[in-house]
Design a protein around this ligand. Structure first.
Ligand code: HEM
Length: 321
């Protein structure tokens, strides 16, 4: 009798674990055209406006780092309950919401109530980068959507650009990422833009003895000051200033080495012997950056994913059902 129970309990555990796993063919039977539809809409959007690729990449990162990849970043604030959109790292800078909404409504038309907003966000980051950069990875699917979005959690979990090496490592370790993976994912800063607000203190108010961060290459600092005047918080400037048009490449790492990156957090990646080795390894011919980046993105997409009967499949991404 006891052994029958044991077999039963093990069986239940196995089923629960299998349920909890994400799989690349999750929608094959549930909504066979979903994955292609997401790609079609996202790629058309990126073709119209290339800057949507970095925007969608960042949206996915900011979703997964707060409560896991549960599309909580997409939820609107409710009266008296400010959501993640209000957080310092999100307000006025996160973009791409309209692409996700457009994908969602077209996928809902195919299969109502089947495809989660969190899977759409994860696929959108991959599809956008594929359109932008031409490289690809398989996305495990089957996430479900959360029902909570909290500004305080986002402020706690999202890394600010002022972080030093140890704080960066801690912030990513807390979410299960190694130092190397943190530096791999930071390579995203080879594309996209930042607001002048994010570098004001580094340019004009760094310390008592040095108003400008001395770790910035002086010519680069002068150029940044021309683009971001004292007090300017609204202008956006390119992350990678070595090309006029963004392409996906390893420039981020040569910029880190040369002191030509926007944030202290970028510069910090080389301020430790382990970090410096990773940066130098990516800044080589035959750099393993793309392969490592794809693997780190798949890992990012698995972060605290809700599966099975957890959460819900939102009908609209900005509100819970
Ligand atoms: C390591 C810690 C990180 C910090 C401190 C950080 C901080 C920032 C900041 C301050 C901006 C500028 C936002 C603005 O002013 O509009 C930004 C932009 C961006 N970040 Fe990060 N980030 C980090 C890691 C990541 C990761 C892991 C990814 C992706 C996997 C990522 C992807 C991006 C992209 C693509 C942009 C450009 C967005 C656009 O063009 O709209 N970042 N980041």
């Amino acid at each position: 009798m006891a052994s029958t129970w044991f077999v039963f309990v093990i069986g239940v555990i196995l089923v629960a674990t299998a349920d909890a796993q994400l799989s690349t063919n999750f929608y094959n039977s549930r909504c066979p055209r979903a994955v292609a539809k997401v790609a079609e809409v996202v790629k058309a959007a990126v073709t119209r406006d290339r800057t949507l690729a970095p925007a969608l990449l960042r949206l996915h990162f900011h979703d997964c780092f707060v409560r896991g990849c549960d599309a909580s970043v997409l939820l609107d604030s409710r009266p008296g309950v400010p959501g993640e959109k209000e957080a310092f790292g999100n307000k006025g800078s996160l973009r791409g919401f309209q692409v996700i909404d457009s994908v969602k409504s077209q996928v809902e038309a195919l299969c109502p109530g089947v495809v989660s907003c969190s899977d759409i966000l994860t696929l959108a980051a991959r599809d956008a980068l594929q359109q932008f950069a031409g490289f690809n990875w398989s996305v495990p699917l089957g996430r479900r959507d959360g029902v909570i979005s909290s500004v305080n959690e986002a402020n706690n979990d999202l890394p600010p650009p002022s972080l030093n090496f140890d704080s960066l490592v801690r912030t990513f370790n807390r979410k299960g990422f190694t130092t190397k993976e943190m530096i791999t994912l930071s390579g995203s800063h080879t594309i996209g833009v930042a607001h002048c607000s994010t570098i004001q203190s580094r340019l004009y108010n760094f310390s008592q003895t040095s108003p400008t961060d001395p770790s910035i290459d002086p010519t680069f600092a002068a150029s940044l000051k021309r683009q971001c005047k004292f007090g300017d918080t609204r202008t956006t400037i390119k992350m990678d200033q070595t090309t006029s048009v963004d392409t996906w490449n390893t420039n981020y790492y040569s910029n880190v080495v040369g002191g030509r990156v926007l944030f202290q957090s970028d510069d910090a990646t080389k301020r430790n012997s382990e970090g410096l080795k990773v940066v130098q390894n990516y800044n080589t011919r035959g750099s393993p950056f793309n392969a490592d980046f794809a693997a780190a993105m798949v890992k990012l997409g698995r972060l605290q994913a809700l599966t099975g009967t957890q959460g819900q499949i939102r009908r609209k991404c900005n509100v819970i059902n």
